[in-house]
Design a protein around this ligand. Structure first.
Ligand code: PMP
Length: 384
């Protein structure tokens, strides 16, 4: 049975990327590696819309978040972390572990932080070193308006603006330079269409300057060191060169499509999935739905375990379930990365079939038709 993955990481990997990664690893102290490394860093700049430093770490996304905190702060510094889900909570927890003074702005899951809340937090703690945001809160399918938040932060503070873009960079609109972001981390296994194992971190000039002053103990995840090595095309430690080779191909695909068109594709897919699940009678979980992943309440009479099993055994389809207190209560359908409109139609057809198998009455075809219409209407070229 053909397997179809609709989880918000890992996401499907294009065959061209897989084939490149089937090649023998290359030696990392070689001209060949340095050329690859330089090419990947330049291509990443286009995806982040960043003109400054980009470094690639052999780490999952969480390590990239950690590299940002430990490289930009000193023990006892104050940070603000927005907790509106599992990944926002991670910024806060990480900060506390490192002995930072964390002002946690807690918002209900499915809500997005307002610029006013951030400005208010900064008024209370004017010496805040960093504000940590989550662009796409994957646990709730919620997008944060990073542009407005950054504007509000800049208007009243010099705090560094740190963005978890693990599940958004390369999928959702993000303009690192223009929006005034200082540090942003992406994950390879999300919109970047590569298997898990790389964290990509973009830094502003201000952030690079901060790495020289920050005294938090650090070693392997020292961004200052990564930036210094990158000046000669090198990495401080052995890089995950096979994944980097895959990323090279994936970035070429993204940049050939054009980042603006990639964002538009994700907007189209998001509109399609939202219309489809609503047409089946499901309610969206988030009040600020992300175009990367859609979270919807499960109908009361449907058990997540039964739905997950029906999806897998009848359709070869994998969705993600809820996390934390919403485990078993919501479904999450990813439309991030190497996904097109026909994948979305397949996901909705599978959802219809599996809901039916679980005893929930669906008007077969309603979700697929609504998704199809929404995608045709979204954008100007009338295509899925
Ligand atoms: N932040 C967000 C928004 C994520 O979606 C994830 C992964 N689901 C992470 C951080 C953590 O990334 P990783 O699991 O690769 O460490």
């Amino acid at each position: 049975m053909k397997q179809r993955l609709f989880t918000p990481g890992p996401t499907p990997v294009p065959h061209t990327v897989l084939l490149r990664m089937a090649e023998q690893p290359i030696y990392h102290r070689s001209p060949e590696f340095r050329a690859l490394h330089d090419r990947v860093r330049k291509a990443c700049q286009k995806v982040f819309q960043a003109s400054g430093q980009v470094v690639v770490l052999a780490s999952s996304g969480t390590g990239g978040m950690e590299s940002i905190l430990v490289s930009l702060t000193s023990p006892g510094d104050g940070i603000i972390a927005v907790n509106g889900g599992k990944f926002g909570a991670r910024w806060a927890e990480m900060g506390r572990r490192f002995g930072l003074s964390v002002q946690e702005i807690t918002i209900p899951w499915g809500e997005a932080v307002s610029p006013e809340r951030l400005a208010d937090g900064l008024r209370r703690a004017p010496r805040t070193q960093a504000v940590c945001l989550t662009h796409c809160e994957t646990s709730t399918g919620t997008v944060t308006d990073v542009r407005s938040c950054a504007e509000a932060i800049r208007a009243c503070s010099d705090a560094l603006i740190c963005v978890d873009g693990v599940s958004s960079v390369g999928g959702l609109e993000l303009r690192f330079d223009e929006w005034g972001i200082d540090a942003c981390v992406a994950g390879s296994q999300k919109a970047l269409m590569v298997p898990p194992g790389l964290a990509v971190v973009a830094l502003s000039e201000r952030a690079v300057g901060a790495t020289a002053r920050a005294t938090m103990p650090r070693f392997a995840l020292d961004l200052g060191r990564a930036v210094a090595s990158a000046a000669t095309g090198d990495t401080p430690w052995t890089p995950a060169s096979t994944l980097l080779a895959g990323l090279d191909v994936a970035l070429e695909m993204l940049n050939q499509e054009g980042i603006e068109r990639v964002w538009a594709r994700h907007r189209r897919l998001g509109a399609g999935v939202r219309a489809g699940v609503r047409a089946l009678g499901l309610e969206l979980f988030s009040h600020f739905p992300s175009d990367a992943v859609t979270a919807a309440w499960l109908p009361r009479e449907v058990s997540w375990d039964a739905l997950r099993d029906a999806l897998r055994s009848r359709c070869g389809v994998t969705f993600a379930g809820g996390q934390g207190e919403f485990s078993g209560r919501i479904i999450r359908i990813s439309h991030l990365g190497y996904v097109d409109g026909y994948d979305v139609l397949a996901a909705l057809a599978a959802l219809e079939e599996a809901l039916g198998a679980c005893g929930f009455t669906v008007n077969r075809g309603a979700g697929v038709a609504a998704a199809h219409d929404a995608m045709l209407e979204s954008g100007t070229d009338r295509r899925v």
